[in-house]
Write a protein that binds this ligand. Structure first.
Ligand SMILES: [Zn+2]
Length: 98
């Protein structure tokens, strides 16, 4: 009885660790803004080409390589609408730029 309970407890903890790992990896998710669905990914910028930077469409300031930021595109119009945002800029982005 006690053994069983302990084993179940450990499994529960492993499950939670997995969830945290998934959060850290920031798997793609869908965010809706003004009825437009955006596919959203977190980018570390780590695999950016050398010297490559992006201009955030919200604040028009460069996102330097290596800076964690948000990549989002219109789920229905496709990946060619993809933009790179500062994380806080995507939060305030109201979905009108695409
Ligand atoms: Zn920005």
């Amino acid at each position: 009885m006690q053994k069983d309970r302990r084993r179940r407890g450990r499994q529960h903890r492993q499950q939670r660790d997995l969830d945290i790992t998934r959060l850290r990896m920031s798997l793609p998710s869908v965010v809706q803004k003004r009825g437009v669905e955006f596919q959203v990914q977190q980018s570390t910028g780590a695999n950016a080409e050398e010297g490559k930077s992006w201009i955030c469409p919200v604040c028009s300031i460069d996102i330097e390589p290596g800076v964690v930021h948000t990549v989002a595109w219109d789920l229905h119009r496709g990946v060619n609408t993809r933009r790179h945002f500062h994380n806080h800029c995507f939060k305030i982005f109201d979905g009108e730029l695409f």
